[in-house]
Design a protein around this ligand. Structure first.
Ligand SMILES: Nc1ncnc2c1ncn2[C@@H]1O[C@H](COP(=O)(O)OP(=O)(O)OP(=O)(O)O)[C@@H](O)[C@H]1O
Length: 435
């Protein structure tokens, strides 16, 4: 069990920044928590990396103070560095200050290279520790301010963050992180909007190919002309990743072209997503390709089966959209939380994300109630849709897509980013709605 924060986490932005302190020594955790609380921080403690990740998935954390050694007698910092990478995969902008022993300068340098904001040496001077944390938080605030002024850059970083609030998602993230470091092909399965593409991007970000490019191809992008596909693939090397989206829908000629290119000895990491089950895939995907992809399979559960995760996702999206739109952070009234948990979410996390963005933008108060979650454009309880107004989910999705395209002068990349879709996924929807 992680140590409890000193007081319940409450809504107002005036609440002190919460520091997650990860150290296996409970005496040090206790003494440091006392010190930091006296200096105006909220503190929650975790005894090991697994607890730290669980805390991060469950509550907002402003910065992490991370000890690097856990196993008895360990001095290499390996466990801590792995934890650092997992924390940053979870939230790339998170300020993490690492703690090393006096002899650990090389480890501190490795941690800075891996993305730590700063480090402190043990035994630390209390003033030095507090100043380091304050500096890390101030730098983070400045970065966020710059990103708020350049929403595209913010979108790229924030949209990559995945949170987990249930065992199934934690397990999927954990498997993705473990396989990321290898060269194995990965097949990500799940319904539309469950997070397959987001997870594939995370694998790429954590892989040896992270400095290379990520080529996202769907049935539309792969196309019917194998020579055109081969020409696009020829630009790829061992430092790149190919993400074949919705592989079960690829035309057979495109599948054969991809397989032939791979069998020709070309080297690029191969990831794929599919909304279909194993039987459909066996019937519709070239066996050689399926074999290469099937080394590791990660399934994402539909959102309706992840009820306990909905509050965690809501908190994450409410923070994200408040920052992105420069608005105060909104909070869910308990009945609104119940309402959202009971919805069927056919378009899964993507739909929840849209609903929370709309509520953040349109709300008049900080507390969101049932009325804030009426279908787009409808006041709560309005039973009669105006003539010609499509109140179905598909109708409101079409309207959102049209509005985003118009806002971005029909620039599909920009509209896709705002909608939280990949370009291929937006093209698919545009085709579906005849846009
Ligand atoms: N666990 C999560 N935490 C935060 N955001 C998430 C999570 N899962 C999904 N999302 C967000 O939900 C949206 C939809 O996810 P994504 O595009 O990965 O779905 P998908 O399964 O690839 O859908 P499709 O099959 O339609 O392409 C994205 O904006 C993504 O960032």
């Amino acid at each position: 069990m992680p140590d409890q924060p000193s007081s319940p986490i409450v809504a107002p932005s005036a609440s002190p920044p919460c520091i997650l302190f990860v150290d296996d020594d409970s005496d040090i955790r206790q003494a440091t928590s006392l010190l930091l609380r006296r200096r105006g921080f909220e503190v929650v403690g975790a005894a090991d990396p697994a607890q730290a990740l669980a805390v991060l998935a469950a509550m907002p954390v402003a910065a992490v103070l991370l000890d690097l050694n856990y196993a008895r007698g360990a001095t290499t910092g390996a466990e801590g560095l792995e934890c650092l990478r997992a924390l940053l995969a979870h939230d790339p902008g998170l300020p993490v200050v690492v703690v090393t022993g006096h002899s650990g300068v090389a480890i501190a340098v490795a941690a800075m290279r891996a993305g730590a904001a700063d480090f402190v040496m043990k035994p630390w001077r209390n003033d030095r520790l507090v100043a380091t944390l304050e500096d890390a938080l101030a730098t983070h605030r400045r970065r966020m301010a710059v990103r708020a002024a350049a929403p595209d850059a913010a979108g790229l970083v924030e949209d990559d963050v995945m949170v987990a609030g249930c065992a199934a998602t934690r397990d999927a993230l954990d498997r993705a992180d473990r396989v990321a470091a290898t060269q194995a092909g990965v097949l990500l399965r799940g319904e539309a909007g469950t997070g397959k593409t987001a997870l594939a991007r995370r694998i790429h970000r954590l892989s040896a190919q992270r400095g290379g490019c990520l080529l996202v191809l769907d049935a539309h992008g792969a196309g019917d002309d194998p020579r055109a596909l081969a020409a696009r693939l020829d630009g790829m090397g061992g430092q790149d990743t190919i993400l074949a989206e919705d592989i079960g829908a690829w035309p057979p000629a495109a599948q054969r072209a991809l397989l032939a290119w791979l069998e020709d000895g070309h080297r690029a990491r191969l990831l794929a997503t599919s909304r279909d089950g194993p039987e459909h895939l066996r019937a519709h995907v070239a066996p050689g390709l399926l074999y290469r992809l099937g080394t590791v399979e990660i399934a994402l559960a539909p959102l309706r089966a992840r009820g306990e995760e909905i509050p965690v996702l809501c908190r994450h999206f409410l923070r994200l959209f408040a920052r992105r739109h420069g608005l105060p952070e909104r909070w869910l009234a308990p009945e609104a939380e119940g309402l959202l948990a009971a919805r069927p979410w056919p378009d899964n996390v993507r739909e929840l994300r849209h609903v929370l963005e709309r509520a953040t933008v349109m709300a008049t108060g900080d507390l969101l109630t049932d009325a804030d979650f009426a279908p787009a454009g409808m006041p709560a309880g309005a039973d009669d849709a105006p003539a010609g107004h499509d109140r179905t989910l598909a109708g409101s999705e079409k309207a959102m897509i049209e509005a985003a395209l118009r806002r971005h002068g029909f620039n599909v990349s920009h509209a896709a980013r705002e909608l939280g879709l990949t370009r291929p996924a937006l093209y698919r929807r545009m085709a579906r709605y005849g846009l």
